[in-house]
Design a protein. Structure first.
Length: 476
């Protein structure tokens, strides 16, 4: 059920051995451990965990093999244009109301995402039930209050076998939702449906968006909307062994517009973790790419609304030279009306995740020769960055495993094409219990809703949310 957390929750560090320096890997292992303890079949989740560890890389495993990367960043700072020096701005957000909690006493609620229109936010997440994993949702008003009838969440897909990791976008009429679906029993496919602003699921359990062949999984979907059609991008297995990125366009009526999944930049090396935004003219997709043969880098490509890949060879984005190693993972892209702001996880000198940024113009022009550090705290790993534009500034949030107990932090970043202007970091998961992880964020232009997962009082995963609004609210 949905509960208000009344504050004063102590942040226990008792899970240090689980999270600690293992970061995200530890989280998923913890989840798997819980699953085993609960005696439910674990094949599907195990595959999913394995996939994600593979995709994210393991900060813990990489740690030993990494040498000092700090000099690279230092040199980058020296060579970067003067304008790229970081400047400070204020934190413009007020914490409005109390943190929400969605709890499910018999299982886990985790892996949340959030979308919004000008009236409501739609939170989506994965729920572990006795018969596998299902997709659930709940609505929050633009003032940050849960809808009474959505307490505890409503099912969006409870088909047989597992459905996980939903994402949504508002299309002007409905929320279009896409998730990973293993109802076939042999592989992960992508399914979707619509959720109305009233909370109705128009196609219960959804319809197929893209289905792989044989055991070729389709996973990690992201989506955007160009005013007429949706673009769904995902990583799909090829030749039963490597992941490449694909997309398909879907009309607002649900018609699949591309005969078959379209490869974005075919490669014999892995590509993973896509993120997509629409700039009013084209889509920009960014992802992590192992075409160097050794390390993951960040690449991008534009896709036109007609479904043409404009940058078939892909735009190399994280072109900084490495001294000794280091991967770049998990990019997230945000359009602010003039340019794209990009963030990704960069292995820092301790082999832990730090957050790096870059700005990219709508034609693919990279504004920053060297990526700049958006957040780097050597005491902790920064992972799972998510960025949003609220009409005035970007808000960047992430999972920070400082002190062994992960929490959600954020910084504001000005939409300045020349200077890096950002606030000091602030704790967002103030009342989020332990192991606050896997954050997501959406803005309707007036406020921002941040959601994450954390272990609740019963020891299972719950979904939490914190509404933020600007200090100066006019006419409200
Ligand atoms: Ca299910």
């Amino acid at each position: 059920m949905f509960r208000k957390v009344t504050g004063g929750v102590k942040m226990s560090h008792s899970n240090q051995e689980v999270l600690g320096e293992k970061g995200k890997l530890g989280m998923w292992i913890g989840l798997r451990g819980k699953k085993i303890l609960n005696g439910v079949k674990l094949t599907a989740l195990y595959i999913s965990i394995k996939l994600r560890i593979f995709v994210l890389g393991s900060l813990a495993v990489k740690r030993r093999s990494l040498k000092v990367i700090l000099p690279v960043l230092f040199v980058a700072a020296l060579l970067a244009p003067a304008g790229a020096k970081a400047q400070e701005m204020g934190w413009p957000w007020n914490y409005y109301g109390l943190t929400f909690q969605i709890s499910n006493e018999s299982g886990d609620d985790f892996a949340p995402s959030v979308a919004s229109n000008d009236q409501i936010y739609l939170i989506l997440w994965t729920r572990r039930t006795e018969s596998g994993y299902d997709v659930y949702g709940a609505r929050v008003t633009k003032a940050g209050r849960l809808f009474e009838k959505d307490q505890g969440g409503f099912p969006i897909c409870s088909a047989q076998n597992d459905q996980m990791f939903p994402k949504a976008i508002w299309d002007g009429r409905n929320f279009f939702v896409v998730w990973e679906d293993r109802r076939s029993g042999v592989r992960w496919d992508l399914y979707g449906t619509w959720v109305t602003a009233d909370g109705q699921v128009t196609v219960p359990d959804g319809f197929p968006i893209a289905t792989g062949r044989l055991t070729n999984d389709y996973v990690s979907p992201c989506l955007s909307f160009d005013g007429e059609n949706y673009l769904v991008v995902w990583q799909g297995k090829r030749l039963s062994r490597i992941y490449n990125l694909y997309f398909t366009r879907i009309s607002i009526e649900g018609e699949i517009l591309d005969d078959r999944p379209v490869p974005i930049s075919p490669s014999l090396r892995d590509q993973a973790s896509p993120s997509v935004a629409f700039d009013g003219e084209n889509y920009m997709v960014v992802w992590q790419d192992k075409r160097s043969g050794t390390f993951w880098d960040i690449y991008g490509a534009r896709i036109s609304p007609d479904g043409e890949v404009i940058d078939r060879k892909a735009i190399p984005i994280s072109i900084e030279k490495r001294e000794s190693g280091g991967n770049r993972w998990k990019p997230d892209i945000s359009w602010n009306g003039a340019f794209y702001y990009l963030v990704w996880v960069n292995a820092n000198d301790l082999g832990q995740g730090a957050l790096q940024g870059k700005r990219i113009g709508p034609t693919g022009e990279i504004y920053d020769l060297f990526g700049f550090v958006l957040q780097d705290n050597n005491e902790a790993a920064q992972t799972f960055p998510a960025m949003v534009w609220d009409g005035q500034d970007h808000l960047l949030i992430w999972e920070d495993s400082g002190q062994g107990n992960a929490q959600i932090y954020g910084i504001s970043i000005a939409a300045d094409p020349n200077d890096v202007i950002k606030s000091e970091r602030r704790l967002v998961s103030i009342y989020g219990y332990d192991n606050a992880a896997y954050p997501a964020v959406s803005s309707n232009g007036e406020g921002v809703l941040v959601v994450w997962q954390a272990t609740g009082p019963l020891g299972n995963w719950n979904v939490y949310g914190q509404f933020l609004h600007r200090y100066q609210v006019s006419g409200k």
